[in-house]
Ligand binder design. Structure first.
Ligand code: ASP
Length: 335
């Protein structure tokens, strides 16, 4: 089984810089391998560093490097892969890997920690243990996030489909949830999977060549005016809108979006609501492809997953309509 490290809070330690011993700031440089379960789980691990950065600093090139490393590990015979990652953008990376890799022959598990890995109260070792247990033993052919299922890290960890996951809390130990899909399972002494978890399978994946980066996720708010939006969209080949409610924008913005569509740009509508997704057509004034050429609904996808999917679709030179076609269980319950 392979463990790939990339950095994040789990690879940090709080520097106690004051004479009174008060907590200081978290700094990088903690050796994550010290948190590995070792003999406690009967699993042979090989460890490799892909990067050493906070996930806020990651871009599409990092996703491609991680995808390439996962593919190499699987090709070399790994029966599971754990990616140790910062939490801030873990769900973007999980979505990116799910689209690049598609169905996978072994579990690909992302985890990290909310408290610095080198601190005595860190959740890192428990998350890592449960991620390793999942990757080593679960009949799971998906990219997943394994993270604490509760606020004090006492109960089982939760297994979430990576492209449905969201960071829902900025400090709590149970920072991840998949609001539109029940967890794929739980990890205690053993892994218990739900019926909608996809079993191992699929041919060994090949990484895709690129992600388009001239796209943006725009949350529509009461201050989003037509001139503002037009300026934002000018350099872009596509946009994901986090619309209000089931996928609405202010009426003033419609011509701006129609312009983007008319010049061949992609317009993907998602929702800024925490759960529920887009439901274009629920209201009479909703956008349609007749009004905004190139319009695609994100359906149940999170806005973050929709952004990554648009980057993936355009990066492959595919039709933006492919954003609306399920690739890795991001739209469908059962994959
Ligand atoms: N800022 C950190 C990161 O995403 C947070 C974490 O790892 O929890 O890398």
């Amino acid at each position: 089984m392979s463990v790939l490290t990339t950095g994040g809070t789990i690879a940090q330690q709080t520097a106690r810089t004051t004479a009174s011993g008060a907590l200081g700031v978290a700094v990088p440089g903690f050796d994550v391998t010290r948190l590995l379960p070792g003999d406690r789980l009967d699993v042979a691990l090989s460890v490799r560093s892909v990067s050493a950065k906070g996930s806020k600093d990651m871009r599409a090139t990092d996703w491609l490097a991680m995808a390439a490393a996962v593919v190499e590990e699987i090709a070399a015979g790994a029966d599971g892969v754990v990616l140790v990652h910062g939490t801030d953008t873990m769900h973007y990376t999980a979505a990116a890997l799910s689209f690049v890799l598609g169905p996978v022959p072994v579990p690909v598990v992302l985890t990290g920690s909310m408290r610095p890995g080198g601190d005595p109260d860190s959740d890192g070792a428990a998350n890592l243990r449960d991620a390793v247990r999942t990757a080593a033993t679960a009949d799971l052919g998906e990219v997943v996030v394994v993270f604490s299922g509760d606020a004090d890290r006492r109960g089982p960890a939760t297994i979430l489909r990576g492209n449905r996951a969201r960071k829902v809390h900025s400090t709590a130990l149970n920072a991840f949830a998949s609001p539109a899909l029940a967890p794929l399972g739980a990890v205690g002494e053993s892994v218990v999977l739900s019926a909608h978890a996809r079993p191992k399978g699929g041919s060994p994946p090949r990484p895709s060549p690129a992600f388009a980066e001239d796209v943006a996720l725009v949350t529509v708010t009461p201050t989003t005016t037509a001139p503002l939006l037009a300026g934002w969209l000018a350099p872009l080949s596509g946009v994901v809108l986090a619309g209000t409610g089931t996928g609405h924008v202010h009426a003033d913005l419609v011509p701006v979006l129609a312009d983007l569509g008319a010049r061949g740009g992609a317009v993907v509508m998602s929702s800024q609501a925490a759960a529920g997704g887009e439901r274009l057509g629920a209201y009479s004034g909703d956008l349609t492809p007749e009004v905004v050429p190139g319009l695609v609904g994100a359906g149940a996808m999170t806005a973050e997953a929709a952004l990554v999917k648009l980057m993936w679709v355009l990066g492959r030179g595919a039709d933006p309509e492919q954003v609306g076609v399920d690739r890795a269980g991001e739209l469908a319950e059962r994959w």
